[in-house]
Ligand binder design. Structure first.
Ligand code: HEC
Length: 330
């Protein structure tokens, strides 16, 4: 009722808007953003140099940065090594948008400062509007090079509310750690953070360590074993033997091992992680044999296997064992 009362008013406002804003492609005009005409040209100009299919330069293989390609509709939908970068309808939750909105001198701003043309205010508004309108590519497909043979997507990403519920359960009755207990990790270049204010659960991250991270760097993990919910070891020098101690982290929910040397022997140690929801094995040595072990982890909801050694057959079998999991691979 209230809605229908306001409709004529919003219609008038729209009309007024289109009279006041005459530039042809102005987002204020109330017309749906056209991806190919209004978004693609500036993505191509400012982003695609770093976010496109792997290619050889001076004999070296250049991979898309962050595992993210922005040169194809399927690739943008697939997202980065960390998962989706667009939450259709919610620009504020979409990394493709939030990463361009960071301050110009932020380490994570896209494009990185000075490396490509920063987006203009108008381009940012268009990008936001396009996502808020549902992130529709229209007829645009982009590059088909490297398109995954099959994308299993029977389950979506885990809803935030569900994850919060998991953390709440795991935190119940757990005493907080003292910062002294963190020392063994911090000394080896790891970062330790409480999962949230007041939460006894911890996140540990070795990814951006300034020190070289090897299996020995992880010795301090056992002291925090009961409290670890998130562990990021991506892009470090760890090997399969480090995973023996990780298999004992009973509250581990998220494990990121992408771009490491980890393979099937390591994954075999993970079959005991009864609270695990997310495992990222993008660009590792894991093959179908390792997937048989992952199939035992009934709590798993998201598995990233892009650029690993798994095959279509192995992924299908894993999907059968984990019907609710989102499995992304190539
Ligand atoms: C000069 C190279 C370069 C350019 C140009 C560039 N990026 Fe990136 N981008 C990177 C690198 C490097 C990373 C990975 C950062 C990391 O892993 O910590 C990244 C990561 C990202 C991610 C994060 C993925 C995630 O899930 O966290 C997004 C989103 C992204 N870029 C979007 C863009 C957009 C949009 C543009 C253009 C407006 C752009 N990038 C231009 C180098 C670039």
């Amino acid at each position: 009722m209230i809605n229908s009362f306001y409709k004529p008013i919003s219609f008038l406002l729209c009309l007024l808007g289109s009279l006041l804003f005459s530039p042809a492609e102005s987002p204020a005009q109330g017309r749906k953003v056209n991806f190919e005409k209004q978004i693609w040209p500036f993505l191509k100009n400012s982003c695609v140099d770093c976010h496109r299919a792997s290619y050889k330069k001076d004999g070296k293989l250049k991979k898309p940065k962050g595992g993210l390609r922005l040169d194809a509709a399927w690739a943008i939908t697939l997202g980065s090594e960390d998962g989706a970068i667009i939450d259709a309808g919610k620009a504020g939750e979409s990394a493709i948008y939030t990463s361009v909105m960071l301050p110009a001198d932020d380490d994570d701003v896209m494009p990185p400062e000075g490396k490509a043309d920063a987006l203009t205010e108008e381009q940012k508004v268009l990008l936001k509007q396009w996502i808020d309108e549902g992130a529709d590519f229209g007829g645009w497909a982009g590059s088909l090079e490297g398109k995954p043979k099959e994308l299993s997507n029977s389950g979506g990403k885990i809803p935030v509310s569900e994850i919060q519920e998991v953390y709440k359960k795991l935190a119940a009755g757990l005493k907080p750690t003292s910062e002294q207990q963190w020392n063994a990790i911090v000394e080896k270049g790891g970062r330790v953070m409480p999962l949230a204010e007041q939460s006894p659960l911890l996140a540990v991250d070795f990814r951006h360590s300034e020190q070289e991270v090897t299996d020995d760097s992880l010795a301090g993990l056992s002291a925090l074993g009961n409290h670890l919910a998130l562990l990021d070891l991506s892009q470090t020098g760890i090997t399969d033997s480090a995973l023996g101690s990780i298999g004992k982290l009973e509250r581990l929910v998220r494990l990121d091992l992408h771009e490491t040397q980890v393979g099937d022997a390591g994954v075999a140690h993970l079959a005991t992680l009864k609270n695990i929801r997310y495992i990222n094995l993008y660009s590792t040595q894991v093959s179908d044999k390792g997937l048989q072990q992952l199939g035992k982890l009934k709590s798993l909801r998201e598995v990233y296997l892009w650029h690993s050694k798994v095959t279509a057959k192995g992924v299908k079998q894993l999907q059968k064992k984990l019907p609710n999991a989102k499995i992304v691979w190539k």
